[in-house]
Design a protein around this ligand. Structure first.
Ligand code: ZN
Length: 312
């Protein structure tokens, strides 16, 4: 069985103040907060998840908010831009909305025949909106953004790399991607049909500084595995290709393996199941702090260590 992820599962980035993060992604971008939990590897800090109505894989942007974190630095060995899909015709609406909220947004540019605008979140995380016909998610109908303009899941991530060949070799030779286009120093790789959420752009930038992970930068990019059996088979192939891949880790909402591609970007492969309704009903997602079973005995201590969060 050859490795062939179904597309982006989630993207995880670092933020500063958690409340500012919540307010931006819910109220400005109109994403739904689908999970309020802790970083399982550092349970005195939050792990916040945003996505569509139930957090379908391909719509989920997550954050480790580190209050008081210094800013990171975008650079090589990093996913330096995270692009969401919006309906064709909505770019002008979004530019007006962001400008009205005092958020700097670029003029539209054309990339691979699609209109793209870029802006930053309050911590400096670089985001893009791409006018695209396809969509991962159905738009939510009752959020602060009208359904006709709503963000519909990921489009692509862009990786800035010191070199190109080693990363390209792993993407195409090990992970089942194929090149679908080259433009202005950017090589686009796709998996599957190459639709929304199935794209990664590689931009070599040998003179750029090395990226530093802290507030406003991407921590890792997770790709979708359909089930645990497939993930286990892929794990073997990734290990055989000489990549240092972790054992399977239980992330409660998915099972994960991690490895670094040769350029330095941390990749995860996460299963679609069991998903975000495993511990709270779809209509209540994100409203209260959820912990994995092994941290439940420490709930009082953990809750007391976290800054209060207003999520309704
Ligand atoms: Zn992850």
């Amino acid at each position: 069985m050859s490795v062939q992820p179904l597309g982006i599962h989630h993207v995880t980035a670092v933020a500063g103040e958690p409340q500012r993060n919540v307010d931006f992604y819910r109220e400005v971008l109109g994403l739904r907060m689908i999970k309020q939990t802790v970083n399982f590897d550092a349970p005195d800090t939050y792990h916040l998840y945003y996505g569509d109505e139930v957090g379908h894989p391909g719509t989920v942007l997550t954050f480790f908010p580190w209050p008081g974190s210094p800013s990171g630095r975008r650079g090589t060995g990093q996913a330096t831009a995270t692009a969401f899909t919006v309906p064709p015709g909505s770019i002008g609406w979004w530019r007006d909305r962001l400008a009205a909220l005092g958020i700097g947004v670029t003029e539209p540019v054309t990339r691979f025949d699609e209109e793209v605008v870029a802006f930053e979140d309050p911590d400096g995380l670089l985001l893009e909106l791409v006018a695209h016909k396809g969509a991962v998610a159905e738009p939510p109908q009752d959020g602060p953004v009208p359904g006709e303009h709503a963000v519909r899941g990921f489009h692509a991530v862009t990786m800035t790399e010191e070199g190109f060949e080693a990363t390209a070799h792993v993407l195409a030779g090990t992970l089942g991607f194929h090149v679908v286009g080259e433009e202005a120093g950017r090589t686009r790789f796709a998996v599957g049909d190459g639709g929304a959420g199935q794209l990664v752009d590689v931009v070599p930038h040998p003179d750029a500084p090395r990226g530093l992970v802290a507030a406003g930068t991407v921590h890792h990019v997770a790709w979708r595995a359909p089930d645990e059996e497939t993930q286990a088979a892929w794990r073997e192939e990734i290990a055989e290709a000489g990549l240092d891949v972790t054992p399977v880790i239980d992330r409660k909402y998915f099972r994960s393996i991690y490895f670094r591609e040769p350029g330095g970007v941390l990749f995860e492969i996460a299963t679609d199941a069991p998903g975000f309704t495993v511990d709270e009903p779809a209509e209540r997602l994100g409203e209260t702090l959820q912990l994995p079973p092994w941290l439940e005995p420490r709930r009082a201590e953990i809750a007391a260590s976290l800054p209060p969060l207003e999520v309704t």
